[in-house]
Design a protein around this ligand. Structure first.
Ligand SMILES: [Zn+2]
Length: 44
């Protein structure tokens, strides 16, 4: 699931698996489908 976050007045789309930020929701969703990160470090 792609998360949205606002920074400096812009909306960014964040991969919830690895935390990578995208300026396009489609790009983020496509990345997340192929993302290999299964255990983000911030969850621990
Ligand atoms: Zn990712």
């Amino acid at each position: 699931m792609v998360a949205t976050t606002e920074r400096d007045g812009n909306t960014w789309y964040e991969c919830e698996k690895c935390g990578l930020l995208f300026d396009s929701r489609e790009d983020a969703a496509q990345h997340e489908e192929n993302c290999d990160a299964e255990e983000p470090s911030y969850i621990q």
